[in-house]
Write a protein that binds this ligand. Structure first.
Ligand SMILES: *[C@@H]1O[C@H](CO)[C@@H](O)[C@H](O)[C@H]1NC(C)=O
Ligand SMILES: *[C@@H]1O[C@H](CO)[C@@H](O)[C@H](O)[C@H]1NC(C)=O
Ligand SMILES: *[C@@H]1O[C@H](CO)[C@@H](O)[C@H](O)[C@H]1NC(C)=O
Ligand SMILES: *[C@@H]1O[C@H](CO)[C@@H](O)[C@H](O)[C@H]1NC(C)=O
Ligand SMILES: *[C@@H]1O[C@H](CO)[C@@H](O)[C@H](O)[C@H]1NC(C)=O
Ligand SMILES: *[C@@H]1O[C@H](CO)[C@@H](O)[C@H](O)[C@H]1NC(C)=O
Ligand SMILES: *[C@@H]1O[C@H](CO)[C@@H](O)[C@H](O)[C@H]1NC(C)=O
Ligand SMILES: *[C@@H]1O[C@H](CO)[C@@H](O)[C@H](O)[C@H]1NC(C)=O
Ligand SMILES: *[C@@H]1O[C@H](CO)[C@@H](O)[C@H](O)[C@H]1NC(C)=O
Ligand SMILES: *[C@@H]1O[C@H](CO)[C@@H](O)[C@H](O)[C@H]1NC(C)=O
Length: 879
């Protein structure tokens, strides 16, 4: 077994690749630079600002001058250190806030800034929970701590806590917004363990602007075989993880092709649990006799089977559950079919940090932040979370920690002798659980506000020694009288001291504000209920069927088409007395027939269907008029004594619906699906733009798309079709026609029928072609439309999850993305957002290229492990 162990420390260099991206959602703080200063980093083009406004304590320093080399990133030249107080915090309020996901990175380099040559050790906290200990081994060692964090509140508190092992400090603090459907786990926080860029020859880190999220990709050196491409990977950024293209352009494979790729790492604490994200992209254009296919195992569990990386598209595989052993092992082994060795382009390994401690109740936090800001309170520990950790509770506060699943609440606030000035802030009224409020011996002015009466649990209120005026709200005096409130207000010369005072004459705002607010709320709720009701109603009726139709556009007089007319006796003869049924439609049965030696299909309309006649006429008139290779052609018709039949060309391979639903055992290949989609799209395009006046089919669905012996697709069943006098105009119909799941929701609500309704139906068909799933999936509790399901999967970048599982991954990613996007655009709720069929045809034509490699068998050679040790940086110990 060959073991290649590699060593790594954060190299100080960084890359200079530039590509346009914006930095919104990024907060970059260079700690310790002069207040209010900022600069644009030369290498990353990112704007760094001073920490003014993010931190209230600490002192700024520069590292010693002989370490201020030009190769050192500028952010390490200054630090903010915290000689005072046990805990000091940065407070950041990012734009998106609660519920959103951020990558938070702190970086440290001691650089002997205090000139005492003693490297410190301290704890790093995120909010109220320990993030990781920080240990600096020497003056130039750079420590980077990175975490992916879903915000439980609107603020991010990054705190350093003194452990009596040197003064805590911070060099850089960076916050990056991350799309919230990436790195999806049940855990609030994932700490970065490893992030390797395999196969790079440059020895440089990759980060912004190459990396969209400004992750730092470290070069991993090995003597593996390197594969590379100069083409862009994932140009369209479909993969939600968006690993930098430059990272994905290089991959490694075992030097000896018969060996598997093995990656290992061993955490210091065997209880540590990890999520692993592996990024793959094929970088070689494979020949038709070549196949790269492998299985991926993580700690002996099969993660992906018969996996084939997409050419020039990133495919990310991650562990669905956390993994963790004393020695963790990823084995990537080629399958028997594979002619090429396995590859990997990049990997990320994150360690779970279970944040068990809950922060203080959000309303209390917000109120305290307002109070702190308004009065400029400077007191011990007034940083970070007010109540937790309990060791660092804000001075003057008491909190209630009821149990581990409930946020602590503030129950007492003592701001006596705190130099408060100005009026009593309304924020106090939001400390709703408070029992005690002591504001004595300050310089508070104004009246005693009514809102203090809303603190229902208040038992102690001390307002002594201020400059308050007016009178005490009656309710407070009442509570004081009945003994439920200990109220003190002496030492306020302007305050009416006697309980017999006139109550203040100012209007009680709450008197009308409360009813007003209530009324507005009720109105809002009603509106929402109404909106929901309409929405559901629309949804549930989205697919209502009706066979009725408008009489517009259809003649009622006798058919004047004499050509290709068949007598009933001829129909009997052609079908050999209706011997063989091919299928059943809405209007009757379809029989097999032979006419002049050619096979035909004969649709016989059932006699009792009154509506059938109109549709019969419509179809005959229409098909006599149009001809296109992607529309089924009518050979003749019969209309004799209520015997109505239509004779069509024979479509040997039945309808598309049978293949998609699995009724037919044949699985259409990806290429066949693309071609069939294009055929059908061309048929519709002809109806919409090739016919004058244009024709709307109105019942596009897989069962109305027939396949001939060459699997060429043709649109059939024109019974509901209508033509319009003028192109681009629409027609109002009184009754909606169509099929559940395919019916244009806008047409349903507006009754405005135009060719965009066909586009909607076609979009749904395309989605079925891609996914192999029905238009509507019903469970016991709900039905979900395919467009909603695919839409959310597309957003998370999961193309393998979207494409029909029966294809076993044998499809080309580029065309899969494309066709799915076209399908979703077609199936937009609003017709204005849908493309025209001509645009659809154009896009589909671009996709109908390329062939998936044939599988070739390959003899498996003897297996020898090639192991890469990923432990080139110590995994931090768990708490
Ligand atoms: C995820 O992000 C979307 C917007 O991109 C947002 O609407 C949604 O609420 C977010 N989810 C959570 C749980 O915050
Ligand atoms: C740092 O300490 C050294 C001696 O240890 C002293 O010579 C030097 O002047 C000090 N520098 C500063 C900036 O205080
Ligand atoms: C400081 O520590 C780092 C990481 O352990 C090491 O790579 C580096 O060589 C050390 N520098 C000095 C000057 O000892
Ligand atoms: C890609 O690999 C080839 C040899 O396989 C090498 O000549 C070329 O420099 C590499 N390109 C990059 C960008 O690394
Ligand atoms: C594939 O075909 C090429 C020639 O086209 C040949 O040189 C090569 O050996 C073949 N590879 C395999 C694995 O059969
Ligand atoms: C709450 O959590 C602490 C440690 O996190 C634990 O010791 C204690 O037993 C827990 N209490 C309850 C009621 O779960
Ligand atoms: C507030 O603190 C002061 C001293 O710090 C104390 O005398 C006073 O009793 C406290 N107030 C309340 C309501 O506990
Ligand atoms: C009180 O809390 C509510 C809801 O949390 C908030 O909307 C309001 O702005 C707060 N009032 C003050 C004065 O902070
Ligand atoms: C007031 O106190 C009671 C009893 O302690 C408690 O049940 C209630 O939740 C408290 N009210 C508020 C708003 O905290
Ligand atoms: C590849 O590994 C196998 C098994 O260890 C060995 O027999 C074979 O000679 C190796 N091939 C090369 C080209 O080194």
């Amino acid at each position: 077994m060959t073991c290649i162990t590699l060593l790594f420390w954060i190299s100080i260099t960084s890359c200079v690749f530039v590509q346009a991206q914006d930095q919104s959602g990024f907060i970059s703080i260079d700690c310790g630079i002069p207040d209010d200063s900022s600069y644009t980093d030369e290498k990353t083009n990112m704007k760094y600002v001073s920490d003014l406004g993010y931190v209230e304590s600490g002192t700024s320093h520069s590292i010693v001058s002989d370490l201020q080399t030009t190769s050192l990133e500028r952010q390490f030249q200054n630090v903010r250190s915290f000689p005072e107080g046990k805990r000091n915090c940065y407070n950041i309020k990012p734009q998106q806030g609660i519920g959103f996901k951020y990558l938070i990175r702190t970086r440290f380099m001691y650089g002997n800034y205090d000139n005492i040559s003693r490297t410190p050790e301290f704890d790093l906290y995120l909010g109220v929970n320990l993030w990781e200990p920080v240990v600096l081994v020497n003056e130039t060692a750079i420590v980077t701590k990175e975490i992916i964090y879903t915000l439980p509140s609107d603020h991010i508190h990054v705190c350093v806590v003194d452990k009596n092992k040197g003064t805590p400090f911070l060099s850089v603090l960076e916050v990056r917004f991350v799309k919230n459907n990436t790195y999806d786990t049940p855990y609030e926080a994932l700490m970065l363990g490893r992030r390797w860029d395999f196969g790079t020859t440059s020895n440089l880190q990759v980060r912004y602007k190459d990396d969209f999220y400004d992750r730092i990709w470290m070069p991993y050196k090995s003597n593996m075989k390197i594969l590379n491409t100069s083409l862009t990977i994932d140009e369209t950024n479909h993969n939600g993880f968006r690993p930098a293209s430059i990272v994905m352009r290089t991959a490694i494979s075992p030097g000896n092709e018969s060996n598997p790729l093995t990656l290992t790492w061993s955490p210091d604490d065997p209880r540590s649990k990890f999520y692993v994200y592996m990024h793959f992209a094929e970088v070689q254009k494979l020949q038709s006799n070549e196949t790269r296919e492998f299985d991926i195992y993580v700690n002996d569990d099969l993660l992906a089977e018969n996996f084939r990386p997409f050419y020039l598209f990133t495919d990310t595989r991650s562990t669905p559950e956390p993994v963790g052993r004393t020695k963790n092992e990823i084995v990537i082994r080629k399958t028997d079919l594979s002619t090429l060795p396995p590859i990997i382009n990049a990997i990320e390994i994150y360690q779970i940090n279970e944040f068990l401690q809950l922060p203080t109740d959000q309303q209390d936090v917000d109120a305290m932040m307002k109070i702190k800001l308004k009065y400029g309170v400077k007191k011990k520990n007034w940083q970070g979370d007010p109540c937790v950790p309990v060791d660092y509770i804000w001075e003057g506060l008491e909190c209630l920690h009821s149990d581990n699943n409930t946020s602590p609440r503030l129950i007492s606030l003592n701001l006596t002798s705190s130099a408060l000035t100005g009026e009593i802030d309304p924020a106090f009224a939001n400390l709703t659980s408070t029992n005690k409020l002591d504001l004595s011996n300050n310089s508070l002015t104004g009246e005693v506000p009514d809102f203090l009466t809303s603190l229902v649990n208040l038992t102690v209120l001390n307002l002594e020694g201020n400059k308050l005026i007016g009178s005490i709200p009656a309710k407070l005096l009442e509570k004081s009288k009945d003994g439920s409130l200990s109220l003190r207000y002496g030492g306020n010369p302007g305050l009416c001291q006697s309980s017999s005072c006139q109550p203040t004459t100012k209007k009680k705002k709450s008197g009308y504000i409360v009813p007003l607010v209530a009324a507005v709320l009720v109105l809002l709720v009603l509106l929402i209920v109404l909106a929901l009701f309409c929405h559901f109603k629309r949804r549930s009726r989205r697919g209502a069927i009706s066979n009725k139709m408008s009489t517009n556009g259809v003649n009622t007089g006798p058919l004047d088409i004499a050509k290709r007319y068949f007598n009933y006796s001829e129909v009997v003869e052609v079908t050999n007395n209706f011997e063989r049924v091919l299928g059943k439609g809405g209007f009757g049965k379809v029989y097999h027939g032979v006419l002049n030696g050619d096979q035909v299909a004969v649709k016989v309309l059932s006699e009792e269907s009154a509506q059938g006649y109109k549709e019969f006429r419509a179809e005959v008139e229409l098909l006599m008029r149009v001809h296109h290779t992607n529309l089924t052609s009518l050979i003749g018709y019969c209309n004799e004594d209520n015997h109505m039949s239509l004779i069509y060309e024979y479509m040997a391979n039945g309808n598309l619906g049978d293949y998609l639903s699995g009724k037919s055992s044949l699985i259409l290949s990806w290429e066949e699906r693309l071609q069939i989609s294009l055929d059908a799209a061309q048929g519709l395009e002809y109806l919409h733009y090739g016919c004058k006046p244009p024709i709307v089919h109105r019942d596009v669905k897989p069962t109305n798309i027939l396949l001939n012996e060459k699997l060429q697709a043709k649109i059939a069943d024109f019974g509901l079709s209508r033509s319009f006098p003028v192109e681009g105009t629409s027609q109002i119909s009184t009754v909606v026609a169509g099929t559940i799941g395919y019916l244009d929701p806008e047409y349903y609500t507006t009754r405005q029928m135009n060719e965009k309704s066909d586009v909607y139906s076609f979009g749904v068909v395309l989605l079925e072609v891609v996914t192999g799933k029905p238009a509507i999936s019903r469970s016991r509790t709900q039905s979900v439309h395919l467009s909603d399901e695919v839409g959310s999967m597309l957003a998370s970048g999961d193309i393998r999850g979207i494409v029909d599982q029966r294809l076993g991954g044998r499809f080309e990613a580029g065309s899969a993305w494309k066709i799915t996007e076209i399908a979703l655009a077609c199936a937009s709720e609003s017709s204005a957002k849908r493309p025209t069929m001509s645009e659809v045809v154009m896009e589909l034509k671009k996709s109908v290229v390329g062939k998936v490699n044939d599988r070739d068998s390959y003899r498996d050679g003897p297996v020898r492990m090639v192991t890469m040790n990923l432990d080139t940086e110590m995994v931090p110990k768990a708490r």
